[in-house]
Write a protein that binds this ligand. Structure first.
Ligand SMILES: [Cu+2]
Length: 156
């Protein structure tokens, strides 16, 4: 009698364990698998110039997934606002234009780099320690990345 109760208890525990495993696997969020297909690299924020509270940030955004994604904005605790900008050559003039969104095609990498696409960051409190910036996608997902400090005059 005692033996059989033990046996049943073991079975019960094993069943619970298996059930937990199945639930854990079944509940794994499909978006987290999607998120791992998005890779931010070489993320950097330009050091503030003296007397300035605005700067730019750059990174490579790789979309290793099979669906295009769209970047629509960004946020950081160390600044008031972040916009996506593109440098436009207009005759002899070089201007910056705000981009409402940037598509990162499936399987491709889009580079945000000096002279092209960049994050324009307004009302920056400090860049001493770089910045943590959340990139916001059109589907509501957020990809957060650590941006290291980039020397003021650096070209890349
Ligand atoms: Cu700009």
């Amino acid at each position: 009698m005692k033996l059989s109760r033990c046996y049943r208890r073991d079975r019960f525990e094993l069943t619970c364990l298996l059930l937990t495993l199945v639930l854990a696997m079944g509940c794994s969020d499909p978006t987290s698998e999607q998120d791992s297909l998005l890779q931010i690299s070489d993320a950097r924020i330009r050091a503030l110039a003296p007397g300035q509270d605005k700067t730019a940030a750059y990174f490579d955004f790789r979309n290793a997934g099979t669906a295009d994604i769209t970047l629509v904005g960004a946020e950081t605790a160390v600044a008031r606002a972040v916009e996506i900008h593109q440098i436009i050559h207009d005759g002899d003039m070089v201007r910056m234009r705000r981009q409402p969104e940037v598509v990162i095609p499936a399987g491709e990498t889009v580079r945000f780099a000096p002279g092209g696409l960049h994050l324009m960051i307004f009302g920056v409190s400090s860049t001493v320690d770089g910045a943590e910036i959340d990139l916001i996608l059109k589907d509501g997902r957020r990809v957060d990345a650590r941006f290291r400090k980039m020397p003021l005059g650096a070209q890349q």
